[in-house]
Design a protein around this ligand. Structure first.
Ligand code: NAP
Length: 244
């Protein structure tokens, strides 16, 4: 039987790699995006061209009505959702004292509230099924804290706490909740970093390279599989060996 996955923020970067990888292991995938329709449709087309099932769906994960519409569309198309990957996120680099209320609110709304709203919607479909899996994408900065990304780091630390708590709440219903915590991954989110900064970050990484979206996607695929069926409430670092 085909299993249904929703990957938020799957038009680009880590989310796109997760959508492709999950389709390869048999999930029918809802490829969520907020603005980049063409990119999301290309991800869905790639999955279909490889023999999988996917469709692109626009929803701002910080808006509960749009999240409900996303889950309804996925269930209608492929059947009840059995996997949610809370991946969509935005960064903000700058001093805290320079951030506006709107900057702070948007970080919290997308990076923390968004994952919580999507997980609530997932729980509504998964609890009656007594099975399912939620995988949250946190960040190494949520574990160690990043200067000039204090609010982003706080959101990601919140995601880690949320993962541990929700795993306890949903475990008795047969639902696993885990977290992948990436280090520095080459995506659009890091496009503002200079080559010098990327070189420094590479030098600080024991494996001496920056990660790829596929590195993260492979970890997500592992946590989605039955092979990891006794793993819940865990934080899996995918960071090239940086000590957190
Ligand atoms: P990215 O390349 O900037 O892509 C962000 C994705 O999120 C896009 O698909 C974007 O959709 C979507 N998105 C943004 N706001 C959204 C919203 N309100 N509703 C729905 N979708 C939204 O980012 P990335 O580097 O792949 O990061 C993915 C996740 O990994 C994020 O949670 C990030 O914090 C985390 N992470 C990244 C790194 C890294 O080094 N890159 C490290 C640690 C953790 P559109 O294309 O439509 O805008």
């Amino acid at each position: 039987m085909t299993k249904t996955a929703i990957v938020t923020g799957a038009s680009r970067g880590i989310g796109a790699a997760c959508a492709v990888e999950l389709a390869r292991i048999g999930y029918a995938v809802a490829v969520n995006y907020r603005v980049n329709k063409n990119a999301a449709e290309k991800v869905a087309e790639r999955i279909v061209s490889e023999g999988g099932q996917a469709f692109a769906f626009c929803a701002d994960i910080s808006v509960p009505e749009e999240v409900s519409a996303l889950f309804d569309a996925a269930a209608k198309r492929f059947g009840s959702v059995s996997l949610l990957v809370n991946n969509a996120g935005i960064s903000h680099i700058g001093l805290l004292q320079d951030m506006t209320d709107a900057d702070i609110r948007r970080q919290l709304e997308v990076n923390l509230m968004g994952a919580i709203i999507c997980s609530r919607e997932a729980a509504k479909q998964m609890v009656p099924q007594k099975s399912g899996s939620i995988i949250n994408i946190a960040s190494m900065w949520g574990e160690v804290g990043a200067s000039c990304e204090a609010v982003y780091s706080a959101c990601k630390a919140g995601i880690i706490g949320f993962t541990k708590a929700l795993a306890k709440e949903l475990g008795p219903s047969g639902i696993r909740v885990n977290c992948v915590s990436p280090g520095v991954i080459r995506t659009d989110m890091n496009s503002e970093l200079t080559e010098d900064t990327l070189r420094e970050l590479t030098d600080e990484t024991p494996l001496l390279r920056i990660g790829s979206p596929e590195d993260v996607a492979k970890a997500v695929a592992f946590l989605s599989r039955d092979e990891s069926s006794f793993i819940t409430g865990q934080i899996l670092p995918v960071n090239g060996g940086i000590t957190v």
